[in-house]
Ligand binder design. Sequence first.
Ligand code: BES
Ligand code: MN
Length: 459
Amino acid sequence: MSGLEGALAHARARKDEHLAEFRAFVQIPSISTLAAHQEDMHRAAAWLEGQLKALGLPDVRILPTQGHPVVYGASEPVPGAPTVLVYGHYDVQPVDPLNEWESDPFGAEIRGDYIYGRGVSDMKAQILAQIKAMDAVAAQGGIPVNLKYLIEGEEEIGSPHLGAFIEAHKDLLACDVVLNCDGGIHSKDVPAITYSLRGLAYFELEIETAKKDLHSGLFGGSVRNPLHVIAEVVAGLHDGSGKVTVPGFYDKVRPLDEEERELLARLPYSDEHWCEMAGVRALHGEAGYTTVERVGARPTLEANGLWGGFIGEGAKTVLPARAYAKISARLVPDQDARDVKGQLEAYLARVVPADVTWRLHEHSTGPGAVMSRDSIFMESARKSLAEVFGQEPLFKREGGSIPVVGLLQEALGVDSVMLGFELPDDGIHGPNERHYVPNYFRGIETYIRYLYHVAGSAQ
Ligand code: BES
Ligand code: MN
């Protein structure tokens, strides 16, 4: 039996254990953004440390960052073999709205072909599938490449400390390719490889018109209302054709060439299906682009939250002193988050009246990325997916963001191969997040095959 066949057999004989461990991982509520889950973050990191140690890796460490720790691991060196850095994140998003869940978000309940829980699809299934794949490979007499792990705990809050961590550990992270397990495929039986991601720049805006809240009868009509100011600021971000009005916003956007537009137009996609998945009656976006282009290759600038004044039960006649907005941009190459911040500041300086104070606070920023579609590492991913799914993968641009991809391109000059199994209708970040269980097992097989293809020793 070849190493590949031996590894596949090894994994297939352990499906029950692999599923049980997946459930145990999901049951750790590792919500990175909530301080109350600090302890759970450490539990999740320690759980993964145990998994990497069980793989037999000689070097496994929990490394501190300015925020949640990174789990790092490295296999026995194999001189002359390629170095593959596996990326994953162990943090998950909050669970609200809790009352819309049909089962405990951290219960990892299995119903039919799906497992339900926060983080099942984004992305605990995949990082564990990759580890289980390596367990099967290691059992065939050792891992034939230089394998490293970078598993962070802050992806879901924009990886605010990962850039500094990478800068400080360039030698430790040096590699030929990144295997990023946080990607998605097209639909449950149709594989895809993501070759582009959008970046994200996230801000909070505060508008202050007075020192304190005022009686809306005594003062109303004589002073400015910050809610009206912020509503105008937000409404003014776009024109009637869906274009962002902020000067300079599109200046550095890398245009799509005709060849790629044609490639994207061939993806099996329909506006009706997109409406259905989104639960909307009509689509809306930047004029002149298709939905696939709008999501994959065009930037956005959107309000994610807007509040101020009285929002409790009943009525209160108040003229608030302050209003707030969370505003974020999805960035595409070659936009720079710092430029966008400067453009937003210039826009605010122009549109906010001079007697009103505004403050723009930056939450996190991360660049977008486009990867080469024809490296040997991409070719290995294509082959692995085709073998497991019995059909050729599509190549797609992802609208979501994974900051590490651009950060590693910038710091180490390496591309990421996105190999993950999230689905557009898995409800990631929403209630009843789910993962298609058969794809957890297909994932293990794909990662096994990928490793042998990269090592050049698949038989
Ligand atoms: N895994 C997702 C991104 C994703 C989703 C990739 C579906 C491929 C298919 C990732 O964890 C995510 O949600 N990222 C955040 C990042 C942000 C907080 C910087 C996002 O895009 O909002
Ligand atoms: Mn996510």
